[in-house]
Design a protein around this ligand. Structure first.
Ligand SMILES: Cc1ncc(COP(=O)(O)O)c(C=O)c1O
Length: 289
């Protein structure tokens, strides 16, 4: 059966959702997105995602076409509509069709698209597969806190990682400080302290990142939001990256060098367990799967 998607105000079959070639999303990547993970049809951390969507819109001088209550309803409608069990919701807004001009039009009709996307079997339980990363000098723009659809640098980095046999690429800033991954936030644990880069324009404020910080504190792990170098990461006891789709992905190798003993760390396992409990509680479920 054909997928139903939300497109410019209505739920319609996917094949009927058509966008102008002059859409500023197509021509300039002038648009934003969000990805919300649903567990057994319950959207997780929906408010956090929608608040970030709103902040991203403010960051590109765009007013979202609906208030957050309407977005919430749209998400629930999509959850209701889909026959998928484990999925994420993808929301996208672009500045809509307009004559091609670098200047932001005074008036525009945003294009809105949202749908339920299955969680790939590869992503499910991915955290148990020990993953590898490579590093790259961060050559993205200076507004990485905005969840923009302009993802070409991330896509190229991820492709380079794949070609080199790695699962993720980590962006390095000056002094080889680890900022984040191409679609994830990066964490390391050293002597019972969890470190991650502080919120700033160099990283996306991950919703999963926030959850991990709360869960770690609940587990009695000290948390420090400070920049750490790739050398610190390589010498750490445990390293992992996090994201809405991947949840937690332990990294056991970076640039061909083993992290610690190359095995899953005990804290990572506990944080993952704590995270699954947190999500289940938040979604009102007895278990996530
Ligand atoms: C660049 C970047 N950093 C971090 C994240 C993790 O954010 P979240 O936990 O909200 O999915 C993502 C997610 O796609 C991302 O693209």
């Amino acid at each position: 059966m054909e997928k139903t998607v939300f497109f410019n105000g209505k739920l319609i079959p996917l094949s009927q959702a058509k966008v102008s070639v002059l859409d500023r999303g197509f021509v300039f990547a002038d648009g934003l997105y969000e990805v919300i993970r649903c567990y057994r049809k319950k959207p997780f951390a929906l408010d956090g995602h929608l608040q970030r969507f709103k902040r991203s819109a403010e960051g590109i001088y765009m007013e979202l076409p609906y208030g957050l209550d309407r977005w919430r309803e749209i998400c629930y409608e999509l959850c209701e509509e889909t026959d998928l069990g484990q999925f994420s919701l993808y929301l996208q807004v672009t500045r809509g069709p307009a004559p091609r001009d670098h200047r932001i039009p005074e008036q525009y009709e945003p294009t809105v698209f949202a749908y339920a996307d299955p969680v790939s079997p590869e992503m499910e339980y991915r955290w148990e597969n020990l993953s590898k990363a490579m590093t790259l000098k961060d050559g993205r723009w200076d507004r990485c806190h905005i969840k923009s659809v302009a993802l070409l640098p991330n896509i190229l980095a991820r492709d380079e990682a794949r070609r080199k046999g790695a699962d993720e690429a980590l962006w390095l800033g000056p002094g080889q400080v680890v900022y984040e991954g191409t679609a994830s936030n990066a964490f390391m644990i050293e002597e019972g302290v969890l470190y991650t880069h502080p919120l700033c324009n160099k990283i996306l404020g991950g919703i999963t990142r926030e959850v991990i910080l709360k869960v770690a504190a609940e587990l009695g792990l000290e948390v420090r939001q400070e920049g750490k170098t790739i050398q610190d990461f390589l010498a750490a006891d445990e390293v992992f990256v996090t994201g809405t789709k991947r949840e937690i992905m332990p990294l056991v190798e970076i640039d061909g060098q083993a992290v610690s003993d190359g095995k899953m760390g005990e804290w990572t396992r506990k944080i993952h367990e704590g995270m699954m409990e947190y999500i289940a509680r938040d979604c009102g479920l007895d278990s996530c799967y």
